[in-house]
Design a protein around this ligand. Structure first.
Ligand code: ATP
Ligand code: MG
Length: 284
């Protein structure tokens, strides 16, 4: 393990987020590499405390592993994580273009297992999107970035303003419409976001608008809540289209749960791992 923060040497920046900077670091005594996320932890930013609280208590092969939390200076937290050496599904998509269906099924299987683990721990992620799904060259997919996640408790009500955090484009209708947002179907929001994410991986762009269009957040919210969706890709298999339909059911009580989706026929279409294009062959 890594006991001493000062044994770590910064190698390069892996990514910038709204909440912090992530570095690739070397643990000098062991020559192992890790990812280190530095976040401000003060009263104006509660994301750091949620993120560290959740990472400290999760342990799943489908969730990015935390190896330590440090406080290099007052008001700052440093989160040491396993380094995912192929980046995120967002960077892979931008480098390589749309994904084959069998690879999407493989991603769906892993992301659903991650969500199944989290939801069983009463954790709702609230920000599932391509840039928060981390990938390794051997095609492991893990859920990361718990900056807006919450541990659900029975005292939680719709007054807890969860609807406003996260990324609008991937948000479910009930989260965008805070009037109807309650804790009853809180986990269903992660399922919606996963559906949008997998659809985007297949077509290569945010699927609710034509490629290249940069809609305002208001246009996005209108389409998600009231608009007519574009139809699912015609070349896609019956199984994949059915899977997307189950994730993107507008009414949260009718949307499939993670455990229902794990037995959907699409998830069993993963195929032989050696028939999938490994992320290792992807030029980044
Ligand atoms: P945002 O608000 O934009 O979602 P954030 O500030 O919450 O971002 P993260 O999503 O945790 O931060 O990380 C930002 C970026 O750093 C990621 O999109 C990814 O490119 C990179 N990154 C984060 N964690 C890792 C990791 N464990 N291994 C490799 N790269 C990582
Ligand atoms: Mg992020």
């Amino acid at each position: 393990g890594v006991g001493d923060f000062y044994d770590l040497e910064k190698l390069c920046v892996l990514g910038h987020g709204n909440h912090g900077i992530v570095y690739k670091v070397l643990h000098k005594p062991s020559s192992a590499t890790y990812a280190l996320k530095i976040v401000q932890d003060d009263i104006t930013n509660s994301s750091a405390s949620h993120e560290t609280e959740i990472l400290a208590c999760t342990d799943s092969p489908f969730v990015v592993k935390c190896h330590g939390i440090f406080e290099p200076r007052a008001g700052e937290k440093a989160i040491l994580m396993e380094h995912m050496d192929a980046g995120t599904l967002d960077t892979v998509l931008r480098a390589n273009g749309p994904f084959h269906e069998t690879l999407i099924a493989h991603i769906a299987y892993q992301a659903l297992n991650g969500l199944s683990y989290l939801h069983a721990c009463s954790i709702v992620h609230l920000d599932i999107k391509p840039s928060n799904l981390l990938v390794s060259k051997d095609m492991k997919v893990k859920i990361g970035d718990f900056g807006v996640s919450r541990i659900v408790d029975s005292g939680m009500t719709s007054h807890d303003n969860l609807g406003s955090q996260g990324t609008y484009a991937y948000m479910s209708p009930e989260r965008l419409d805070s009037q109807t947002f309650g804790s009853m179907y809180i986990y269903a929001g992660d399922v919606w976001s996963l559906g949008v994410t997998l659809w985007e991986l297949y077509v290569g762009y945010f699927p609710f608008f034509p490629a290249g269009k940069r809609p305002s957040w208001m246009e996005v919210a209108m389409v998600i809540c009231f608009g007519e969706f574009p139809s699912f890709p015609k070349q896609a298999s019956q199984e994949f289209r059915s899977f997307l339909k189950c994730c993107l059911e507008r009414e949260p009580s009718k949307r499939w749960t993670v455990s229902q989706l794990l037995s959907h026929p699409f998830v069993r279409m993963q195929g032989e791992p050696n028939r999938l294009l490994p992320f290792a062959q992807i030029s980044l």
